[in-house]
Ligand binder design. Sequence first.
Ligand SMILES: [Zn+2]
Length: 122
Amino acid sequence: MTRICKKCGFENQDDYDFCAKCGTPLVEGLQPNQVYVYKADQLQINKKAIVAAYIITIFLSWSGFVVGLISKQTNLAVFTFFGFFMPFYLVQSRHPTLRKHGLVMMMISLVGVGLSFYVMLH
Ligand SMILES: [Zn+2]
């Protein structure tokens, strides 16, 4: 006996709870298999998370520059290196759009860190 997927028509073994082809639940009441959907590269990108990542990256990378301009306490420029955490995390993503955002954030971080050190050394 097989379990036929309602979504794609794939014939699954009767002990499968999720379609082996598309991840759709084969049993009523089960949630879609998140892990499988992720592996299938159908990961939905959370736009709010991307915006938050940009804000965190800009805040961390550029805070040393802003603080340096205001207070001349320029040793805080080292703090700006924390701004690289988010882009480095994102460029390792298997999702091409997330990698692209990671590269953009890395550029923002580089400019911010560059400005911070410019303020520190002058
Ligand atoms: Zn299916």
